[in-house]
Every structure is written in structure tokens, then in C-alpha cells.
Design a protein around this ligand. Structure first.
Ligand SMILES: Cc1ncc(COP(=O)(O)O)c(C=O)c1O
Length: 454
């Protein structure tokens, strides 16, 4: 049990419901990522930028279901579109339908690297399908991915997300380490792990493995150990190396897509991948919103069924109705939507920086567009290994618990991040910053004026 578990005796319903869930759900939760809380939340309902627990407490939500709810909880226009679809037309077709074309053409219009798409049912499925597509297209088997990147929970890509520093190997040449038990060794041999933001080591890996690498599965912004933006020239260099060695470049834009710009990180940085995966923001919180796509000559092997891709629920009209409504808003009101998301994030980041500076707490905020994360420590980390080595997770964890206890929610691990939605208001920003100021003072007094290790 954590040393800062906040008294939850005033959360009787939460305690009772969580205990009930634990009886029938292993751990009480259906995802490893949710099993990390210092204090459980059992949710009652969401509304805009807020959610409520079963004890009636309100939280300002900066996690937004790990990112998808870019318009906040229950946006009317998405709820109405899904309700109309399922009450008037149906939940499942398994035939082509108008929404296939509507949603497909909007993704193609928005994302520079996509000529054609296939729909999947989750981000993990989309990245898995993209890896298979790259293997089928190139005839090569290995995939290079970043240490610190989470590309999904499936066997093919669940490696080296947050390995222990003691076993992770060298910063520039990390070892390939499965993210849990049960992943076959044979699969491990198909994955090469590289260092995000270190072009020199990526070039060396290309020299060693280029002949057997089908693709680099790259998060263009490392958003799974806080927010680590690409160093200037890194993505351009990666594109050049992939071309030189005949390796496809896959952008995992499941976090960045339709968020850091309408066309994702590829639009923001002007580097176009061969294959792109999108999910989360593209559906505005619609469950199952996910797709992968590529240039036509690559997608031709999907058309010809050279590689296997399927899914009973893929392209189901319920999900596509939600995605269609989200995309109409994103495409129709692009400047207003991204202006608002970025404005809210900028205000939060500026306010947080001021709090840490005033209170003398060394902190660095990784920030791109509507997403950001704070690392307590002196260094602005540019690689996952440096983030793990230099950022004070104990300080973060205490600080998060104090904020959560006062109704400001963000994830309790600093490898997640804060997301802004269009539903957040200036009042939410002001209230969150006031709570953070109090939480920072409390934790500083409890743990000392400087975060551990700095
Ligand atoms: C970058 C990235 N890729 C893939 C995934 C997997 O998506 P899903 O949880 O929908 O399977 C995630 C999930 O958080 C992610 O952050």
C-alpha cells in the first residue's frame, strides 16, 4: 500500500462498489493501466469536462478516458448521432454502408499519409494490423519500436514500455523486454527496441538490421512516458533512414492523431509516414474508434487479401456514426476546435510552471498542443531512460493524490499525460491551478523543498 494513501472513509459507496467489482473482475478493473491508483474511483457518470463518482464527488477530468474524449464527456452531437444510428438503422451490418464512405473519406482528407483505410476495433488492433501490413508488403519480419512507447497490449508490440532501468540495457541500445509474462520468446525475436530522439543509434540499428526490418513502428511524439517531443530533425532523419534502408515508416498516431493538429503529428512536423494508425480523438470518445491506413500501393495488398485483416465488429455502424459526428466537428470547425484545445492547454501549462517556480520546486513540463505532462526534476528529458532516471515519481505520486482528493483528476503515473478538451472552461483551469498550488505546498512540506534525487 502506498505511503500516501489518502483517507477514503468519506467514500463509502466507492469502497463498497470497488469491493464488489473485485469479487468478479480480476483486480476490479479490466486494464492493467487502471490498476495503479492510490485511491480507487468508481464512476457514476460524466458531463463535459467533469465526472462524478458514486459518492457524488465531482472531478475536473484532465485524463479524459486516456485521451479520446476531446470534446469532453457525453458530447450531445456524438450521443445523438449514435442514438439515431442504433435506434433507426442498426448496430451491426457486416456489409459496406454509407458511413464507411463518409468516415473513410474524412480520414483520407485530413491525414496526409493516408489514401485508403481499414477500420479496426482498438488502437492495439490498428497497430497490430499495421505491423502485419508492413511485413506483408516488404517480405521482412522485424519491427523497430521505441523504448518507452506503448503501442498496445498484444504479443506483437507489448515490449519495453516501462522496463526497470536495471534490466533495460544501454540508453542508446535498449534490450527488448516483454511488458509482462506470457509473450513467446519467438515473438521477442521479431522486435528491435531503439532510442527515441537518438538518430545516431537508429542509424546503427538500421545498418545492423535494415535487411530484416519491415518497419519502424514510431510514436512521432513519445507520449507514453509523459510527453517527450521529437528533437528538431529527428523525424526527418528517421524518414530518410527508412527510405535508405527500404524500411517502412509507421506512425502510431493513436495519441497524436486528430489532436496535435487535424492531420496529427505528420501534419505538425511535415514528415509523412508510409502507414498511419489512428484511434482515440478520431472518435471523440466513441468506443472502438480505430483505423489504419496508407498510400494506395501499400493498401493494395489489403485489397487483394494478401494479408489477413478482419473483425466481426470492424467498421460497425454504431462506432462509425460516432466517428462521423466527431470528424464533422473536427473538419468543419478546425480552427475553433484546435484553438480552444491549445488555449486551455497553454493556460494550464503556464499556470503550472508559475506554481512550481514560485514554490521552488524543480519541474519541467513536456508540452505539445493540447497534451502535456510534468516531470519533477532539473532535467527536460529527451529519452525514456533519462525520464526514468531523472524525474521524481514519488513527488508526482503524492502530488497527484492530493489533487485527486481535492477534485482534480489526472492519472497517477507520470508516464500518462494531461489532455485538454473543448469542454474545459476558464473556471476549470482556475480551479485546477488553485488545487495544484495547495497540493504542491503540502507535498513540498511533506517531502522536502526539493524533489528526491535532484
Ligand atoms: C500510442 C498508443 N498506441 C496504441 C495504443 C493502444 O490503444 P488501445 O488501448 O485502444 O488498444 C495506445 C493506448 O493508450 C497508445 O497510447
Amino acid at each position: 500500500m502506498s505511503d500516501h494513501l489518502i483517507d477514503d472513509s468519506h467514500l463509502p459507496e466507492t469502497r463498497e462498489w470497488f469491493a464488489k467489482c473485485q469479487e468478479v473482475i480480476a483486480g476490479g478493473e479490466s486494464s492493467y493501466a487502471r490498476l495503479t491508483g492510490t485511491r480507487p474511483i468508481v464512476m457514476s457518470h460524466g458531463d463535459g469536462a467533469h465526472f462524478y463518482d458514486v459518492d457524488g464527488n465531482r472531478y475536473i477530468d484532465w485524463c479524459l478516458g486516456y485521451g479520446p474524449m476531446i470534446f469532453g464527456h457525453r458530447p450531445r452531437f456524438i450521443v445523438d448521432a449514435i442514438a439515431e444510428q442504433i435506434t433507426q438503422r442498426g448496430m451491426l451490418y457486416t456489409f459496406p454502408h454509407e458511413l464507411d464512405w463518409e468516415v473513410g473519406r474524412k480520414i483520407v482528407q485530413a491525414v496526409p499519409g493516408i489514401d485508403q483505410v481499414r477500420f479496426a476495433n482498438s488502437g492495439s488492433e490498428a497497430t497490430q494490423a499495421a505491423m502485419r501490413l508492413a511485413r506483408g508488403y516488404t517480405g521482412k519480419e522485424k519491427i523497430l519500436k521505441w523504448e518507452g512507447s506503448y503501442n498496445g497490449f498484444l504479443d506483437c508490440h507489448a515490449f519495453s514500455h516501462m522496463p526497470d532501468l536495471e534490466t533495460a540495457g544501454l540508453e542508446k541500445y535498449p534490450r527488448t523486454l516483454p511488458s509482462g509474462a506470457g509473450i513467446p520468446k519467438a515473438v521477442e525475436d521479431t522486435v528491435v527496441v531503439g532510442c527515441f530522439n537518438d538518430l545516431e543509434s537508429v542509424e546503427e540499428l538500421m545498418r545492423r538490421h535494415g535487411h530484416e526490418l519491415a518497419a519502424v513502428l514510431a510514436e512521432p511524439i513519445l507520449a507514453d512516458c509523459g510527453i517527450i517531443p521529437p528533437e528538431p530533425g529527428f523525424l526527418e532523419g528517421l524518414r530518410r533512414l527508412c527510405d535508405e534502408y527500404g524500411v517502412l515508416l509507421i506512425f502510431d498516431e493513436i495519441i497524436t492523431g486528430f489532436r496535435v493538429a487535424l492531420g496529427g503529428a505528420q501534419e505538425r512536423y511535415g514528415v509523412i509516414p508510409d502507414i498511419t494508425c489512428v484511434a482515440k480523438a478520431v472518435g471523440g470518445g466513441t468506443p472502438g474508434a480505430a483505423a489504419f491506413g496508407a498510400k494506395k500501393h501499400i493498401m493494395d495488398i489489403e485489397t487483394e487479401n494478401v494479408v489477413l485483416h478482419g473483425g466481426t465488429y470492424s467498421a460497425n455502424p454504431m462506432t462509425l456514426a460516432g466517428m462521423n459526428a466527431a470528424l464533422d466537428k473536427l473538419l468543419g470547425e478546425t480552427d475553433a476546435v484546435y484553438g480552444r484545445l491549445n488555449g486551455t492547454a497553454d493556460a494550464m501549462v503556464a499556470g503550472m510552471r508559475a506554481i512550481f517556480a514560485e514554490q521552488g520546486v524543480p519541474a519541467h513540463i513536456g508540452h505539445v498542443g493540447p497534451m502535456w505532462q510534468v516531470f519533477f526534476g532539473q532535467e527536460a528529458p529527451v529519452t525514456r531512460a533519462r525520464q526514468a532516471r531523472t524525474s521524481d515519481t514519488r513527488f508526482f505520486s503524492h502530488w497527484q493524490a492530493e489533487c485527486q482528493a481535492r477534485g482534480v483528476y489526472f492519472h497517477n503515473y507520470n508516464f500518462e499525460r494531461f489532455f485538454a478538451s473543448t469542454a474545459h472552461t476558464q473556471e476549470d483551469v482556475d480551479e485546477s491551478l488553485a488545487v495544484m498550488e495547495t497540493a504542491t505546498r503540502i507535498v513540498k512540506e511533506r517531502l522536502g523543498s526539493l524533489p528526491e534525487g535532484v
